[in-house]
Design a protein around this ligand. Sequence first.
Ligand code: NI
Ligand code: MN
Length: 224
Amino acid sequence: MLEVRYLGHSAVWLSDGESTMVIDPFLTGNPKGALSVDELQTDWVVVTHAHGDHWGDSVALSKKGATLVSSPEITGHSQNLGAPQTLGMNTGGTYKFKGGWLKWFPAWHTSSFPDGTYGGNPMGVLIELGGKRIYHAGDTALFSDLNLVGEYDLDLALVPIGDHFTMGPDDALKALEWLKPKQVVPIHYNTFAPIVQDGVAFVERAARLGIGGKALESGQSLSL
Ligand code: NI
Ligand code: MN
């Protein structure tokens, strides 16, 4: 069993009842943020790229005991800023942890820190936890190598639909044809003016492809 809680924008909290993980913890300054750093304790922080709306509160959460897993550029810069526990990986790499594993894939986007420091290549991440597999696509354009991720029997795909900085709804639907997940939760929309989209309409279009899912409001959960 896996609980998936949407924290707004691209931030997602996962728990199998033992291990907890947050992907792209943009909490402080997130107009749709469901939790503050003070309210969040987690074992793992997983970051797809260095942009402030993804890397976000990673250093603060590491200081609270979480291990930050990301590219070497992101873990290195975070260490310089005081993150005590980090694990640097790169595209293609798999890491096994108690209760599951994660594996990094490419994403077509850019990656630099808010201060301009180079952030390495942006990535997507496949996570197995609680016996369920989810894919967080990060910020990406549509690209056909998502077909490869579709070979992993995904229970859930978290895909950006905001357009402007990432895929929009039409491209995200094409991505779902390639990812072939059982369910989808749209992310990276309605946070800022340029990325306003209709998440409910997107999920209805996905349903016509035979893919379930829900447009979660920030703070809402679903169980897999
Ligand atoms: Ni980005
Ligand atoms: Mn972003």
